[in-house]
Design a protein around this ligand. Structure first.
Ligand code: GAL
Length: 712
């Protein structure tokens, strides 16, 4: 790595091709990060309300950036008709990723979208839980269009007559090479505002571009350690006694459990909500939360935005709510500090102060017929469109600030997010339930600074149950959401042992996962991420000609081939799940040697392997990079704060080192330097024998770890 360069804020006006955007300005604000403004950007954008402090020092410590990979004259900005027109150049082999939490595709080239916060409706058309207007290009740069408007995107579909790389004109009647999607050399955006701020990020590789985007937005979240255990959400109308009984079953079966989630029924009224405990089902909430806490189990509570007239909160929040309701509940304008303070204080007094660890903030994403409409008015004066695009972000800010002000980390769930929420402790989920789609979303979440959980709810078969459990245990939040189905981890007897083993593995992997999250915080590295962000990953992605059919495919549209079913967890683990019915699958191993996680055997070297499972019940295929060091806890079923022994695994033949991260697991003291990076070195001798060394830097202590030994 080159030495960090000292950057002062350079105010250099760089000319780019901009008509009517007379006041276009581009300023380098950190190493390979530029702020570009065109026209009159709106004061309120996706990040203006979030109070983000960019981690510029961490960006400046990255390898020095040599600049953007394209000619600025090819970046076109124009303000016309009250809107901003943006055009980036595309090269022939260039790939585009990001632009929201999509469930059916990873590469964006060839798609047309309107980025609009919404419940995902089954198509990658831009309406989704996190339609983040950030893309990363395989050329080594990325752009974030910072506008809280519904943004239109044509990702390599528009064909201009003045194109520098014109599409070939051919005759469909006679030429089999004719295609319904002629070649396009541009990526276009239309922002319905008379100007916009664009952040540009450049680096040698896509992962570093994503890191810069994440660091610029404050760095990734570091969840409390308990957040990385196993979560279980109980049926919506469960009472305290039913929860105690359920927890007792977990304990009897020694099944891991670190968080219990309560669904709408914890409240005295839901849809609209009171945010107040139901006295019948939970007569003594303080005792309830304390009793779970004493067993090392945290409590997480469901909520949605609409506040009921029955709530004690109603009168005080009413002046800060919009004209329209959600399920007859009034809707706070969280862009206003007063609204955040009032709701935050209420949630603390009624829930946080008795030990509730966090919330699941539901239904802030949309479903148009349930939500306030776009003609709703809000007291802040922001348009309903802007409120919609930022609602999940501003709710997250409310709760993030609430817990942070008490020096307590929270970790919860949310159904809407947007750019700038990377440091917020919330994981996105939804009601959509396609398992493959869930994994594609997991992959996509890593390009856009968000976290996603492929939560498990129900299954049609034991095999599907196991396959879902296996993947959720390798995600940012391992959860069974039994709110409506009343499922339990052991609902499918045939796979009980296998399900328990993967939940236990989740607990064992906590030191590794926690370190991966520390890298998210300090270096912006997504803890779970797309293979496309992995160096040395080459995959035959592309388009395959479709079959002509007068109703199904009258223009013989191309069918996209891309890798949407394997991903990285932390720096060294590659996960390639089986889905229900699979008896074999292909796994693309990036450059280098990779070892089977379960057996330690060499699995392949820079190649595509085929893995089989004739039982439908086998382990999830997991591979470790040559030299991969994996620190593991014992298979505990709870985390009660007692330090645990760590066993170090080392895979392959390469000597290597690893910096295991440890801190108190629950406060923000790590931000003041109160943490330890334990250096672990493994030397592999010529005869294959391994020697390990652990170094705790002088004056540093261990927090969650009672001792470290090597498992070889
Ligand atoms: C849904 C949510 C579910 C569950 C349910 C409760 O919107 O996605 O996970 O919480 O509400 O009513």
């Amino acid at each position: 790595m080159k030495s960090p360069r000292a950057l002062s804020i350079l105010a250099i006006a760089i000319l780019c091709s901009c008509s009517n955007g007379g006041n276009t300005k581009m300023t380098e604000v950190a190493n390979g990060v530029w702020k570009l403004t065109c026209g009159r950007p709106e004061a309120f954008n996706l990040t203006s309300g979030l109070g983000i402090t960019p981690k510029a020092d961490a960006i400046n410590a990255m390898p020095e950036c040599s600049g953007l990979p394209f000619d600025m004259n090819d970046l076109n900005l124009e303000v016309f008709d009250g809107k901003t027109y943006i055009r980036f150049p595309l090269e022939e082999d260039e790939k585009i990723f990001g632009l929201g939490l999509n469930f059916h595709s990873v590469e964006r080239r060839g798609s047309i979208m309107r980025l609009h916060v919404d419940h995902y409706g089954g198509s990658d058309n831009g309406r989704t839980h996190a339609p983040v207007p950030f893309f990363v290009s395989s050329r080594g740069y990325g752009a974030f269009i910072n506008s809280a408007r519904y943004i239109d995107v044509w990702a390599g579909t528009g064909v201009r007559k003045d194109s520098k790389h014109p599409a070939k004109v051919i005759d469909r009647n006679t030429d089999p090479d004719w295609t319904a999607q002629p070649y396009s050399d541009n990526l276009e955006f239309l922002v319905p505002a008379e100007g916009v701020e664009i952040m540009l990020f450049a680096a040698d590789n896509m992962l570093d571009v994503v890191r810069k985007f994440n660091l610029w937005n404050g760095g990734g979240v570091l969840p409390p350690r308990w957040g990385l255990g196993f979560w279980h959400r109980v049926p919506t109308l469960y009472s305290d006694q039913q929860v105690y009984d359920e927890v007792a079953e977990f304990q009897k079966k020694e099944f891991p459990l670190t968080v219990i989630g309560l669904e709408p029924g914890w409240q005295s009224m839901a849809y609209p909500c009171t945010y107040m405990w139901d006295e019948g089902r939970f007569p003594n909430p303080g005792e309830f939360v304390a009793r779970l806490d004493a067993m090392g189990i945290k409590t997480n509570l469901w909520m949605n935005p609409g506040i009921s007239p029955e709530s004690d909160l109603y009168d005080s929040i009413e002046p800060y709510t919009g004209t329209h309701t959600e399920w007859c509940g009034i809707v706070p304008d969280y862009t206003m500090a007063q609204a955040r303070d009032i709701v935050g204080r209420f949630l603390w007094d009624n829930e946080g102060s008795i030990g509730v660890s966090g919330f699941k903030m539901d239904e802030n994403d949309g479903i148009d017929s349930w939500l306030y409409t776009d003609v709703a008015r809000f007291p802040s004066g922001h348009a309903a469109e802007q409120i919609r695009q930022t609602y999940g972000s501003m709710m997250q800010k409310t709760l993030t600030d609430l817990y942070r002000s008490r020096n307590t980390r929270t970790y919860g769930l949310v159904r809407a997010a947007n750019a700038g929420t990377v440091s917020y402790p919330f994981v996105i989920y939804n009601d959509y339930y396609d398992h493959r789609g869930f994994i594609t979303a997991l992959i996509n979440s890593s390009f856009i600074g968000t976290l996603w959980t492929p939560e498990v709810r129900s299954s049609d078969s034991a095999e599907e149950w196991l396959r879902r459990m296996q993947t959720v245990c390798f995600s940012p939040l391992a959860m069974l959401n039994a709110w409506s189905d009343g499922t339990k981890p052991w609902s499918f007897q045939e796979v009980n042992d296998e399900v328990k083993a993967c939940a236990e593995l989740r607990m064992e992997l906590i030191p590794y996962l926690y370190t991966a999250f520390a890298d998210y915080t300090f270096y912006g590295t997504p803890p779970v991420r797309a293979m496309n962000l992995e160096e040395g990953y080459a995959c035959e992605d592309g388009f395959e000609k479709g079959v002509l059919d007068s109703t199904e495919n009258p223009y013989q549209m191309a069918i996209r081939q891309e890798a949407m079913d394997q991903f990285m967890v932390g720096n060294d683990i590659l996960v390639a799940p089986f889905f229900e019915g699979d008896r074999e699958r292909k796994v693309v191993l990036p450059r280098g040697r990779w070892y089977d996680f379960w057996t330690g055997e060499l699995a392949g070297d820079s190649e595509v392997i085929t893995v089989t499972d004739n039982t439908g019940k086998g382990n999830i295929p997991v591979y470790v990079r040559d030299g991969g060091i994996i620190p593991m806890f014992p298979a505990v079923s709870a985390l009660d704060g007692t330090p645990l022994p760590v066993t170090i695994r080392h895979y392959g033949e390469k000597s290597s080192s690893y910096h295991l991260y440890d801190d108190d697991g629950s406060t923000f003291d790590y931000e003041k330097g109160d943490y330890t990076r334990i250096e672990i070195n493994v030397e592999v001798a010529a005869d294959g024998s391994k020697t390990g060394k652990v170094t705790v830097p002088e004056g540093r202590k261990l927090y969650s770890i009672s001792g470290i030994e090597f498992g070889f």
